[in-house]
Ligand binder design. Sequence first.
Ligand code: NAD
Length: 539
Amino acid sequence: MWRGRSRPRRIFLLGMVTELQIATRKVISVNPATGEVLRQLDCASELEVHEAVACARAAQHAWSELGTMRRIALLKDFQHLLHERNSEVARLISREAGKPYVEALTTEVLVVVDAARYLIENAYRLLRDEPVPHGNLAMKTKAGRIVREPYGVIGIISPWNYPFSIPATEALAALVAGNTVVVKPSEFTSLVALELASLFHQAGVPKDVVQVVVGDGAAGAALLNSEIDKLIFTGSVPTGKRIAQTAAARLLPVVLELGGKDPMLVLEDADIDVASSGAVWGAFVNAGQTCLSVERCYVQRKLYEPFLEACVGKTKQLRVGNGMNREIDVGPMINERQLHIVESQVEDARACGTRVLTGGTRLPELGPNFYAPTVLADVTHDMRIMREETFGPVLPVMPFDTDDEATRLANDSEYGLTASVWTRDRSRGDAIARRIAAGTVLVNDVVSCFGISEAPHGGVKSSGVGRTHGRFGLEEMVCIKYVAVDRLPWMKKVWWYRYGEAFTRQMEGLLDMQFSRSARRRLRGALRSAGVLAGKERL
Ligand code: NAD
């Protein structure tokens, strides 16, 4: 595992080898609640990233040869170890990412323990060869099967907001399928990623099979440009687009899990108390720094004012503070850059006439990165707060009149990650869910889809390409190979050379026999394909 060790680099100058000590760049791990520096780490250099990938490649054959059942056994050991250490891991996550300890436990550790459970129970069945019966008569002599093979080395580039569950769930799927993995975590949460790698190693996964290269965007770019066979990227849309362009130039397969502007639709038959509690939790969980969080809320006009009143009352009761304190609800934001984005969007909305019902300010008395949970009313789609990803503790609420209008507003976005619909009528909720352009739509809940290990996770439009989690997430980790074995190896195939009139008639017969709507033509086709009828004789 590279921790960005500083070491002399060899430089070739006019045929002479000179040793130079090049200053290594650092990433600084900081507790966002207090500003305390937790550790400084050297960034892995480009060379070190490439070396890590080379080690991963060298280790991959043996890892793949181990077989799915032995890899599942190692996943069980990892799962057990993580369960045993859950509190220690959650504390580290809370210190480095700022989130409340209980959120670290539920949305990070529990999600990973359960993702391991899903793979332990299902990976063997999902990865084994799949026989494929052939419908085409001419191909019935072949036994076909789908074979799922590991890609080789999977690169994982991950963000800071779920620094444990995102790389861990992706790594688990990649590993069980027989790939080796190199993770480049966010520069803000390196310690959590190093802890993840350490857990894998202590569980018995060889060091070169899971490696972490610490660093910023440059280390991510080095991983992208290395000899990896596939990249699973989670992060912002601008970085995702840059990665897609580079990957396209060398046809590197990528999964892109990008940003969201997730809408919540509250229909007039919704339970206001339940929906407002859902909105407040969905908007402020992890201080709103959740790709699936409620980023915009639309409420049927009849419920609008009472819904706002309920949201404001519940928001005012939230206790903001250091995530390590178990008696708080909302932690700090990750850093000043993120705080500034939120602040500027709220100020833009304020300048455009929105009502700030609660919050709308920093809370410097609590620490460097705190922003008050904020509820906004009378927002419009002309405001940045309703168009750009906010990624902070803000709940902007807008009224609508009809279901059609609500659906149109929900779809009026470049993003399409998740959405939620709130109604007492399940079939109405299901019907609206089908009309919303999103990777996932929840009816009467928010955010929790990330905790459903069986559910595919991913977006449409600018929210990304491909899926992680569940069956489809596992499928992303394998190359599909088709193997067809002919059962009659002694027989030349009739469609081989040479062509001629008789053969053409036989093939025309075969086509008619299988696909003609007329029974007579099907019979004639059968006789012609068998060579009983030679020409266009009438039956
Ligand atoms: P980011 O795009 O700034 O960084 C993500 C990762 O990419 C980091 O590890 C970063 O170091 C690396 N990186 C930056 N520049 C790079 C480059 N040129 N080449 C390669 N790697 C590079 O995103 P962030 O601020 O860390 O995360 C927040 C974003 O992630 C939000 O937009 C959020 O919605 C999104 N997100 C999406 C999901 C999802 O599942 N769809 C989940 C979590 C977060």
